[in-house]
Design a protein around this ligand. Structure first.
Ligand code: GLY
Length: 306
């Protein structure tokens, strides 16, 4: 059984699937798929063309996990590099660490010769300018004003579909997860979501399965969401029950008002996606799935916020 599953965005999962079919290990295949989405300037939730933070600076987060060993690598708040997923993968392979942030992540990316990029595009500069105007912020003096109130108005226009999350199982049975995002649009500088946090935004364990999240990362961090889904599989739940149970943990948070989608695969080739959309009940959501059988799409099971 080989399988690629992920958020339903352009051609990334198809490329990952083709790479997997050509014999690549699971993690290499989904790295290629995520890189394709990172390079798409029209997708404003990730990589080139991702929405910037409140200061107009694009800060990227990414993570990978190898289910054979549960080795992981991640970068947070990475500026000026095109493919954070590959830098995260290099953290896993080349350092005794799991997560690098900010200046250290950029230094490491430069040291390994990662591709540099000017990530802010004309489109996202204009959108950021409109957000500043809407918040009554003068861009010329942003360094000297408080952003505390303004970031409450920082909703990602693409939510809840932001973040690229891919899961795969290869012919050897090895399972992997990869994630990448520019995070919450107009976020407070330095904000990290779940995407670079192993256990929150992604998790992979060959014995049981893998999971990864899109949406409001704060909720996934508070609940250890991806790890919870895999743990529920370890406890014997079928994959769809595992994601439902994990999302129940999100629903149990007092005062939750956010959108979150949880994707999972199990070690037997099963897959599931489920979501909470607070206040957006009409949104339909799907997961792209490419398996040994014909490619298909898996409709989300909607779990309504309490
Ligand atoms: N889930 C992506 C983020 O919260 O940044």
């Amino acid at each position: 059984m080989i399988l690629v599953a992920g958020d339903d965005k352009d051609s990334g999962t198809a490329l990952a699937w083709a790479t997997l079919c050509a014999g690549a290990p699971a993690l290499d295949a989904i790295e290629q798929g995520v890189r394709a989405v990172e390079a798409n300037a029209e997708d404003h939730s990730v990589g080139l063309g991702g929405y910037p933070n409140a200061l107009g600076v694009v800060e990227l987060d990414a993570g990978v996990m190898d289910g054979r060993t549960r080795a992981s690598g991640a970068v947070g708040g990475l500026r000026g590099f095109a493919h954070p997923v590959s830098v995260a993968y290099a953290v896993m392979r080349r350092l005794p660490h799991v997560l690098l942030i900010g200046e250290g992540a950029a230094r490491f990316a430069a040291e390994i010769g990662a591709e540099r990029a000017d990530l802010l595009t004309d489109t996202t500069r204009t959108a950021w300018g409109a957000w500043c105007a809407g918040q009554g912020l003068d861009r010329a003096v942003l360094d000297r004003v408080s952003l505390v109130e303004a970031v409450w108005g920082g909703h990602d226009p693409q939510r809840p579909g932001g973040t690229t999350v891919y899961l795969a199982q290869d012919a050897a049975g090895d399972i992997a997860a990869a994630t990448s995002t520019s995070g919450w649009a107009w976020k407070y500088p330095g904000r990290l979501g779940d995407t670079p946090v192993a256990g929150a935004g992604f998790y992979a364990d060959n014995r049981y399965g893998a999971a990864a999240c899109t949406g409001m990362g704060e909720l996934a961090i508070r609940t250890g969401l991806a790890r919870s889904a895999v743990l529920y599989m370890k406890m014997g739940m079928p994959v769809i029950e595992a994601v439902d149970e994990a999302l129940g943990d999100v629903q149990s948070l007092p005062g939750v008002a956010g959108d979150i989608t949880l994707y999972a695969i199990d070690a037997q080739g099963g897959y599931a996606v489920a979501a909470i959309w607070a206040g957006e009940r009409s949104v339909e959501y799907t997961m792209a799935v490419h398996g040994d059988e014909a490619p298909t799409r898996c409709a989300a099971r909607r779990v309504l916020a309490k």
